[in-house]
Design a protein around this ligand. Structure first.
Ligand code: A3P
Length: 300
């Protein structure tokens, strides 16, 4: 049973703009500033995504790999304690996470999650270049997932109809700004040795193959005899049922309205996009991605 449910008439505090980018009140400017100025450790591991691109999935995979495939250990601690969301809080019951991150033990690598775009990554991150996993998801499914999330996240203004979310998404007038800018920002640096660019759709197609790839990138290959169990642990069905990774007790979600793990599919956008929205989106995608070489599977 979820704890800390907020009252039914709870109104989300207004968003704010941080360096021109729309941000929810859960990520106050002071915390975003603190994250930019934070000390980076050479052995940090960063998990970076545009919201709803598979952050939680990337965090769980990273955590499993860095614990050497010790699932029992991973299952003992909530995901946000294993891989904290550095710019989150303070707000209501949620403390300032950057303080927790600064105080993490130095004898093991810290695992840290953020959604900030490339240019707003911590200053020392740009200098020290710690290993960074970037998970990217096709923008149509990302948009649908983001829209649906406004209905269960107390701190986001609920958008009932996709027709109201769509124009905001394509204009980048959504939290953390433009999907295009965010993805291209990291894609342009994908050949640098400290960055691994992984696609949600590739994880759906071959979770084991992508987990092996990520583990190799971290320099922590999964033990042969544990691979199958680790892959199973990171499937949608297992993560949805795992109280340590499904946010079933998260104070920022209205658990009466839905679950964090919604569908986890590729192509759900087809249930919502109108023909006109799709045509409009395709031409925008072509224009923005032209020459970048960045492509996605929009269905499997
Ligand atoms: P849907 O809303 O399409 O279901 P984030 O963690 O970045 O907020 O992304 C959340 C999205 O990733 C949700 O998408 C969620 O269901 C999906 N997801 C989380 N874990 C997953 C997994 N193991 N496999 C597939 N999708 C997953």
């Amino acid at each position: 049973m979820a704890k800390n449910q907020l009252p039914d008439d709870f109104k989300p505090p207004p968003d704010h703009f941080y360096k021109g980018i729309r941000m929810p009140a859960q990520m106050p400017a002071a915390s975003l500033d603190a994250a930019r100025e934070m000390e980076i450790r050479d052995d940090d591991i960063w998990v970076v995504t545009y919201p709803k691109a598979g952050t939680t999935w990337g965090q769980e995979i990273t955590s499993v790999i860095m614990e050497g495939g010790d699932i029992e250990k991973v299952k003992k601690t909530p995901l946000l304690e294993r891989v904290p969301y550095v710019e989150l809080g303070p707000i209501d019951q949620i403390p300032a996470t950057h303080k927790f991150v600064d105080a993490m033990p130095r004898d093991v690598p810290r695992l840290i999650r953020t959604h900030v775009p490339y240019d707003l990554m911590p200053k020392q991150w740009h200098e020290k270049k710690p290993k960074t996993l970037y998970v990217a998801r096709n923008p149509k499914d990302t948009a649908i997932s983001g829209w649906q999330f406004t209905k269960i996240n107390y701190y986001l203004e609920t958008v009932e109809n996709f027709s109201d979310f769509f124009p905001k998404f394509i204009e980048g007038d959504v939290i953390y700004g433009s999907w295009f800018d965010h993805n291209l920002g990291f894609w342009q640096h994908r050949h640098e040795p400290h960055i691994l660019f992984v696609k949600f759709e590739d994880m759906k197609k071959d979770l084991k193959g992508q987990m092996i790839r990520i583990a190799d990138f971290y320099g922590r290959p999964l033990p042969e005899d544990k691979i199958e169990e680790c892959v199973e642990h990171c499937t949608f069905d297992k993560m949805k049922k795992n109280p340590m990774s499904n946010y079933s007790a998260a104070p920022f979600l209205d658990h009466k309205k839905g679950t964090f793990h919604r569908k986890g599919e590729v192509g759900d956008w087809m249930n919502y996009f109108t023909v006109h929205q799709n045509e409009m989106f395709n031409s925008l995608f072509e224009e923005k991605m032209r020459g970048s070489g960045l492509t996605f599977d929009f269905e499997l």
